[in-house]
Design a protein around this ligand. Structure first.
Ligand SMILES: *Cc1c(COP(=O)(O)O)cnc(C)c1O
Length: 387
């Protein structure tokens, strides 16, 4: 093995999750798989071909850099949409290659118009509406001017979408705010229509909105986290369980984690009682101890806050991380494991024997969400697809 650690992606799990989310769409809306953040840590180049096998043909990225990576691997029929960053210098590439992109400022709108005119090719744009999240989008005040501009230069645009994003559809705390956003969005769509602007897609829903606010599904959905087998929040997971019970279906987790993270034992050593392990004095042995090192550390996204706190699986047993997590290594206490050997498989996230270590068990412990932990997995860890 050339690398010290690797990530396995389960094709079956991905297939299951896509099917589950598609089942929630009653009206045949287009399914865009969000692959920003290096496909939530799963690897853009690795995940796209697998998703395409299961019928996904629309991918959402954050930046033009991610769009270029996606564009290199997507099949001919698939589309790429940029939700966030695109520099003016890159507009030509995007327009030339039929990449659609969000527009939320006049600056970008007029730049797109100029480039499209020069290339004699329409820019495929998504007009983003500010409906209450207060992040990006045209505000109420700008709307009329924006619609006028788009109508006037309509020869240079294809209105691929009118869209917005909700400020936390995964939590009941935001219920009123989300309701207001939905109403405001629908009003904006009506206004656009009265100005003669009818988009190919109205789109607003992320994973949580698909699951909890069916009316937000409209013509296209942008599903991220659920593809990878995670509920957007514990609250939505609980809702799902309750809904299943009501329908008389045995409650089971319908989303299955796609990713496993593995490494191997690098060395095994014996340490007497009363010795400190690794840097400093954070862990003192109180018995004769067998320790093993694993060549993974915070330089790989295994956070330092898991020092003396994390667990990994070895020989189907849960064993503790002892001492501080180093940049490239961590130490585990393997005293209770029978004959640990160099080269044995170590599971950081995933299943071994009957046991499982979830991302959220790790996430809760370090107070970071699934989203954050996944997005922090470095792109230099090799990804491979298993069945
Ligand atoms: C990240 C993102 C999504 C997907 O959100 P999930 O909660 O992962 O489903 C959808 N739309 C936009 C604009 C996003 O930034």
């Amino acid at each position: 093995m050339l690398h010290t650690t690797y990530i396995e992606l389960s094709a079956k799990a991905l297939q299951n999750n896509i099917a589950y989310m598609r089942d929630q769409l009653s009206n045949g809306a287009r399914y865009s798989m969000v692959i920003k953040g290096n496909a939530y840590g799963h690897g853009i180049e690795t995940i796209i071909p697998v998703a395409e096998r299961f019928g996904v043909d629309h991918f959402s990225v954050f930046s033009v850099a991610e769009a270029r990576r996606a564009f290199r691997v997507v099949s001919k029929g698939s589309e790429v949409m940029i939700l966030g960053w695109i520099d003016k210098d890159e507009l030509e590439w995007a327009i030339q290659n039929n990449i659609s992109f969000y527009v939320f400022t006049f600056d970008r709108l007029s730049a797109a118009c100029r480039v499209a005119r020069r290339l004699k090719k329409r820019a495929r744009i998504h007009l983003e509406m500010e409906t209450g999240m207060h992040r990006t989008g045209f505000s109420e005040k700008e709307m009329e001017k924006m619609f006028r501009y788009v109508s006037r230069y309509s020869a240079h645009f294809t209105i691929e979408g009118i869209c917005t994003h909700y400020a936390g559809a995964e939590s009941i705390n935001n219920y009123t705010r989300i309701r207001k956003q939905i109403a405001s969005f629908n009003e904006n769509v009506r206004r656009a229509k009265s100005e003669g602007i009818v988009p190919r897609y109205r789109h607003t829903a992320c994973s949580a909105a698909v699951l909890r606010y069916p009316e937000t599904v409209m013509d296209l959905v942008r599903v991220g986290i659920a593809n990878y087998g995670f509920w957007p929040s514990d609250e939505l997971r609980m809702n799902h369980f309750i809904d299943s019970e009501k329908k008389g279906v045995a409650p089971s987790d319908q989303l299955i984690r796609v990713l496993s993270w593995k490494s191997t034992v690098m060395s095994v050593n014996h340490v007497g009682a009363g010795e400190y392990i690794s840097y400093g004095t954070t862990y003192l042995t109180n018995r004769d101890t067998t320790i093993a090192t694993v060549p993974v550390g915070y330089g790989y996204g295994y956070t330092r806050t898991l020092s003396n706190m994390g667990h990994v699986l070895l020989h189907g047993k849960r064993v503790r991380v002892v001492g501080t997590v180093n940049m490239n290594m961590l130490v585990i206490d393997v005293t209770d494991v029978k004959r640990p050997r160099i080269g044995d498989e170590v599971v950081l996230i995933g299943t071994q024997g009957d046991l499982d270590i979830s991302v959220s068990s790790f996430g809760d412990m370090t107070n970071s969400l699934n989203y954050e932990l996944l997005a922090r997995l470095p792109s230099h860890i090799p990804r491979k697809v298993v069945d």
